[in-house]
Write a protein that binds this ligand. Structure first.
Ligand SMILES: [Zn+2]
Length: 252
């Protein structure tokens, strides 16, 4: 697992370095053309700005991929979990946390929705390995292995363990996690605006073959605003975005 992450990190680094050094630098011009004290205005290259921002988010761990093929270690607990202010009050307070930057982004999102008379809250966000284990094996014993595998994640393969995912709901669906949420004003607003705050709808409609999950309009995932914007605009998934970044995750 660690080796895999290392290999991936190395690939990202290589990709970014190659990309960065691609264009010929202006510092290779003859020195006599330079005017002392006056800097040539460097034209910002949008591709380079994007790459740099993605690199920063990658380094902060915001692009971590967790799915049915790729899991987290049992002992993985994010170091910067922060309390979420807007939550469904009938759920366990224990799981109202996200990584600091994601929590702040969610607050900004919820407040923007409030301005438009919509209440979007978190039901559960960060969930520990042990919690997921209890949940999954509870389903296995009550509803059988097949059902559990379809509707729940095996321990270590839930994105909620990253501290970057949250299940959202609203009063209009009784704070439940239901696909009907996607048809509410809140659900539609979330789908159209989450990316502005660095979130994506992680399991969009018609992408189950890629993500391994059916449509979940309530499950958002923080990836940072640059990646979220790209994923939203292109209509792709996190898996496909990472593929575009030439990571080829899961191929090793
Ligand atoms: Zn979820």
């Amino acid at each position: 697992m660690i080796l895999l992450l290392f290999v991936i990190a190395l690939m990202v680094a290589t990709f970014l370095v190659i990309g960065k050094n691609g264009p010929v630098s202006s510092s290779e011009e003859p020195p006599d053309q330079e005017t002392p004290g006056v800097e040539e205005p460097v034209e910002p290259n949008p591709q380079e700005i994007l790459r740099e921002a993605v690199r920063e988010d990658w380094e902060k761990g915001f692009l971590i991929l967790v799915n049915k093929e790729q899991g987290l270690a049992e002992e993985y607990v994010p170091g910067d979990l922060a309390e979420i202010k807007y939550y469904a009050k009938d759920r366990s307070p224990q799981w109202r946390k996200m990584r600091q930057e994601a929590a702040e982004a969610f607050h900004a999102l919820a407040e923007k929705a409030q301005e438009q008379e919509m209440e979007i809250v978190v039901t559960t966000a960060y969930r520990s390995y042990d919690f997921q284990s209890d949940l999954y094996y509870g389903y296995v014993s009550s509803k059988g292995q097949e059902w559990a595998d379809q509707y729940s994640a095996k321990p270590g393969t839930s994105e909620h363990q990253t501290g970057l995912a949250a299940d959202c709901s609203s009063p209009s669906v009784g704070y439940q996690l239901t696909s009907a949420f996607g048809e509410t004003a809140e659900g539609r607003w979330l789908a159209e605006n989450a990316h502005k705050f660095g979130f994506i709808i992680r399991y969009p409609e018609g992408k189950a073959e890629v993500t391994g999950y059916n449509y979940e309009p309530w499950h958002i995932r923080y990836v940072g605003t640059v990646s979220a914007e790209q994923i939203y605009t292109k209509g792709i998934t996190l898996e496909e975005w990472l593929d575009e970044l030439a990571l080829e995750i899961g191929e090793e």
